[in-house]
Structure formats: structure tokens, C-alpha cells
Design a protein around this ligand. Structure first.
Ligand SMILES: Nc1nc2c(ncn2[C@@H]2O[C@H](COP(=O)(O)OP(=O)(O)OP(=O)(O)O)[C@@H](O)[C@H]2O)c(=O)[nH]1
Ligand SMILES: [Mg+2]
Length: 270
């Protein structure tokens, strides 16, 4: 059995509304109450996910930040500009003990400075980067709930790492700068990096087009086919999977979503 301590009540509001409403304020609370912040980024898209605005706040408050680049099993890219940084893969359980040791040594420093007895570590980042999965591996049990679609964690959850060190799980937040509910380009970008789920996006074909622009080669390798553009890819995969409408025509919405799902659940290496 798992023990959970919700420090804020969580109502099941629409995730998208919270994105601009409740979540950023939860994030600020986390930063205020934490001594160390782990910013979890997807190693494939660290640049797109980095939250400069929040980092400014973290620095202003004099808190320690550690960059954690997760899903490193999906790419050979290693963003070396971030400091300090630790590359991990929850899937392959790589880098977890290195991170645990880093947290413990930073916490020990804070305790030694005599500031506090108990150290709180806030885990923040873009939606779906693996924050909850990482917490579970760090603490060695499945206490934080995880899910394949963005927007899974809806509130703050406090979990014990060791004596005197607590981790705070938080809902994913898209940086204000890149966020939009209406700009089609921006939404396609959110889908590409996994911040908006394949099942929720209104126009999956447009989002797929964005991925094809940057990762055509990887899609061809994964599906073992050659294609010209997003439309052609949908046509070929739709036929292969027999995603057809009543008249026998390819169901392009269903096909595009299926491809986005493969992309988002992390089976396509880039
Ligand atoms: N390939 C791969 N997938 C991962 C890794 N870590 C997590 N995932 C997957 O990513 C998805 C999201 O994981 P969560 O831990 O729920 O992510 P989160 O950041 O807590 O998501 P939100 O609460 O929605 O912000 C799940 O399907 C995980 O299985 C990893 O290292 N590699
Ligand atoms: Mg989560």
C-alpha cells in the first residue's frame, strides 16, 4: 500500500484550464516551499521545454536547481549547456542512483549550513516528461501515479525520499512563452514534444505535419516505409493498419492519431 499526503486539495478541472490558471500558481508554491528544484526535461526536447521564467524565479529565491534530462533512451542528443545536469532513463533505470546521490549531497549541504533540518525537493517540468515515474524510481516504490498522456498529475503530492528529505510531485506546466490554446503552430509544437496528448488534439494531421518536418527520417525508419509528406504517410499507414471509413477511404484522423500515439509513448528513437 502507498501512503499519500496531498497538501493541496485537487479538483478534477479540465487540464487545459489549469494550464493557465491553477498550475502555474501551484508551481510557484512548490518553488517557495522547496530548497532544491529538479527541472525534468525530455532529453529529446530540452530546449523547447526549458522554463526560463520559472528558472528566473528559482534563482531570485536563491534555490538550487538541478536539470534532469529524462527519456535519454530515446535519443543520443546530450544537451551540455545545462548545469548541473544528470541524464536519466526511467525506462532503463539509468542514472537514478546518480541522481539520488546528488540530491542527498545537496540536501546534506543545506542541512550543514544549518538552515533547515528537513529538506524539500520540488519536481517540476513540462507535461509528460516523466516526473512521477522518476519520483517512483527514486523512492523505490510506486507512490506517484503515472500515465501515458500529458496532464496526468493534477495536484501536488509529497513523498518521502529518506529521513528528512521529501520530494514534491507536481502537474506539468508548459512555459508561458510557448503556450497557446489557439495558435495552431504552437499547439502542433506542444503535441510534438508531448505536452498535448494525441487523444486531445483537435487537428492531429497538422501536428503530424510538424513532426514530419523535423523527423521524417526517423519515422521512415520506425515504420519501415518511404513517404513524401504527412499526407502520404497517413495514406500508407492507414492502408497498412486498415484504418478505413465506411466508403473504404482512409480514416486520416484515426491514422494521424495512431502515429502521434507511437511518437508520444516513446517507441520512436530520434
Ligand atoms: N521511453 C521512455 N519513456 C518514459 C521514461 N520515463 C517516463 N516515460 C513514460 O512517459 C510517460 C509519462 O510519464 P509520467 O511519469 O506520468 O510523466 P509526468 O511528467 O509525471 O506527466 P504529467 O503528470 O502529465 O506532467 C509514461 O508513459 C512513462 O512510461 C523514459 O525514461 N523513457
Ligand atoms: Mg505526473
Amino acid at each position: 500500500m502507498t501512503t499519500k499526503r496531498q497538501i493541496y486539495s485537487t479538483k478534477r478541472l479540465e487540464n487545459i484550464k489549469k494550464q493557465r490558471g491553477k498550475y502555474p500558481s501551484l508551481l510557484k508554491k512548490i518553488i517557495e516551499t522547496s530548497d532544491i528544484i529538479l527541472e525534468i526535461l525530455d532529453a529529446r526536447f530540452s530546449k523547447e521545454m526549458k522554463n526560463e521564467e520559472i528558472e528566473k524565479l528559482i534563482k531570485n529565491k536563491g534555490k538550487k536547481i538541478i536539470y534532469v534530462l529524462n527519456k535519454s533512451d530515446l535519443t543520443r542528443k546530450r544537451d551540455k549547456r545545462l548545469n548541473p545536469r544528470i541524464f536519466v532513463s526511467c525506462k532503463n533505470r539509468k542514472g537514478i542512483s546518480e541522481l539520488r546521490n546528488k540530491i542527498k549531497s545537496e540536501a546534506a549541504k543545506i542541512k550543514k549550513e544549518g538552515k533547515y533540518n528537513r529538506v524539500q525537493v520540488g519536481v517540476i517540468g513540462y507535461p509528460n516528461t516523466g516526473k512521477s515515474s522518476l519520483i517512483n524510481l527514486l523512492i523505490g516504490k510506486n507512490s506517484a501515479k503515472t500515465g501515458a498522456e500529458a496532464g496526468f498529475t493534477k495536484g501536488i503530492q509529497k513523498l518521502r525520499l529518506t529521513e528528512g528529505i521529501h520530494l514534491l510531485d507536481s502537474p506539468g506546466v508548459i512555459p508561458t512563452e510557448g503556450y497557446s490554446m489557439t495558435d495552431r503552430e504552437k499547439i502542433a509544437q506542444h503535441v510534438k514534444v508531448g505536452g498535448k496528448s494525441y487523444s486531445q488534439v483537435k487537428n492531429p494531421e497538422l501536428a503530424l505535419n510538424e513532426i514530419v518536418k523535423s523527423n521524417k527520417k526517423e519515422l521512415e525508419r520506425f515504420y519501415k516505409i518511404k513517404f513524401d509528406n504527412a499526407e502520404d504517410l497517413i495514406e500508407k499507414i492507414g492502408k497498412k493498419k486498415s484504418f478505413l471509413k465506411k466508403g473504404g477511404e482512409i480514416n486520416s484522423d484515426q491514422t494521424a492519431r495512431a502515429i502521434l500515439k507511437d511518437w508520444q509513448i516513446g517507441v520512436i528513437e530520434i
